[in-house]
Design a binder for this molecule. Sequence first.
Ligand SMILES: [Zn+2]
Length: 76
Amino acid sequence: MYPFHWVPADGRRHASLDKRPWGNAYPSGMLVSTLCSQEVVADATKEAWLWQTCGDCHSEAHRVAAAVREVPRMSV
Ligand SMILES: [Zn+2]
């Protein structure tokens, strides 16, 4: 499980490390800090998920995911 989540906002799908208040998505109207260092207002409509991925968030998400994979596994 990666620490970031995707959030449609401002015409793009961004990624964020912010905690989601509930469920699997940021609710519409929530202010979210993105991996591309923006403050955006989440748009949780179905159409919003069809928006293009933000390029900066995409590359930053890959960097975060790689870092997570490098962390030694904890014993369960
Ligand atoms: Zn972004």
